[in-house]
Design a protein around this ligand. Structure first.
Ligand code: GDP
Ligand code: MG
Length: 339
């Protein structure tokens, strides 16, 4: 067995690019287990094997090589703690020398299922006031795209109240005022969704902008206010301080706002996503993750590692650049399709 430090090095090294690809393709679209009420679609390229399939192929018809197995689990971004636990569970079995790969896969599935919550809590409106959702994350992870996708998702959610037969209403706040182009980018999405967007000048104070956006949402009886935030700042400390201010300012309207703070992470960045989750969680607190780019070389394990180490659940997954390449996280579907 490798020490934790060695495994971490391995993790960093292996994350450069791995042959273990999980891939969801845009071109092949099918109604999969993510195809819930909204008709979300889910697909993956058959050419690239899922992590568990790769495991089976690697270890078929040969005894389990513990180092190789450990390396495979780390490469799938499951994290050091989870990997160590899986190996330990397997090695504690009395007849491990007779164990085949199907036993290994069974234990891996069981351990993953034990860590991931069975159901992702849905996002429901707040009675009589806007539900505020803050989307945060480093640059390029897919915050703006996910803001739009989440907006579409919420618009399509069935309204459960007997007094309302229409659709949920959404308002967007372009709180990434750090890049001039970001406002325009969100504006295009707002148009496509047919929703209003609150925007300020380039470099405007994002906290003040979110404050105004809340007032607008309240006045217009909007169900969901989605705030797209900046990922880049002069320094990381600035970014975190800015986000803390956004939270404090929203809290002046409603002490429970933002009701959701969702970190957007790019699955293709592997263990970097875990580091980002650590930093954002400690600076501003998180209620969940949106994991994007699972249609690329993103290995689904990162969801498990973040839940395992930080207790932050994945709420949504992004599987492409289009509005409907987005679904509520579902544990079983995830294990069946992404691992
Ligand atoms: N393939 C793929 N691309 C995505 C996904 N989500 C976002 N993107 C792309 O990632 C790039 C950065 O997205 P953007 O929303 O601007 O990131 P931001 O900087 O965090 O706001 C854009 O080219 C998006 O189209 C996804 O789930 N899959
Ligand atoms: Mg953006």
């Amino acid at each position: 067995m490798r020490s934790e430090a060695e495994s971490r090095n391995l993790l960093l090294f292996k994350n450069a690019r791995s042959p273990l690809h999980v891939c969801l393709g845009n071109s092949e679209r099918c109604l999969g287990p993510f195809g819930f009420a909204q008709g979300k679609t889910f697909a993956r390229h058959d050419k690239k094997m899922k992590f568990l399939e790769t495991l089976v192929q690697t270890f078929a018809n040969k005894p389990i090589d513990w180092d190789e197995l450990e390396e495979s689990l780390i490469r799938a971004d499951l994290g050091v703690a989870m990997t160590t636990r899986i190996i330990k569970t397997l090695q504690e079995r009395e007849a491990w020398s007779l164990m085949g790969i199907s036993d290994v896969v069974k234990v891996v599935r069981e351990e993953i299922a034990r860590i991931l919550p069975a159901n992702s809590p849905p996002i429901t409106p707040e009675p009589g006031k806007p539900k505020v959702i803050l989307l945060v994350g480093v640059n390029g992870t897919g915050k703006t795209t996910s803001t739009a996708k989440l907006g579409r998702y919420l618009q399509q959610e069935p309204i459960l109240s007997a007094t309302r037969m229409d659709r949920h209403t959404v308002l967007l706040a372009a709180a990434d005022t750090f890049r001039a182009a970001a406002i325009g980018q969100l504006g295009i999405w707002a148009e496509r969704l047919g929703v209003e967007m609150i925007q300020g000048q380039y470099n405007a104070d994002p906290a003040a902008l979110c404050y105004e956006a809340y007032q607008a949402a309240l006045a217009r009886q909007i169900d969901f206010l989605l705030c797209d935030t900046a990922g880049r700042q002069h320094t990381k400390t600035n970014l975190m301080a800015e986000l803390q201010k956004v939270k404090r300012t929203l809290g002046k309207h409603d002490p429970s706002a933002p009701h959701e703070t969702l970190l957007v992470v790019d699955a293709t960045t592997g263990s970097n996503a875990l580091n980002q989750a650590r930093e954002f969680k400690s600076a501003i607190g998180l209620t969940g993750l949106i994991v994007t780019k699972l249609d690329g070389s993103g290995k689904g394990g990162i969801v498990v590692a973040i839940q395992d180490e930080l207790g932050v659940p994945t709420r949504f997954v992004g599987t492409g650049e289009r509005l409907d390449d987005f679904a509520l996280f579902d544990r079983q579907a995830y294990i069946d399709n992404l691992l």
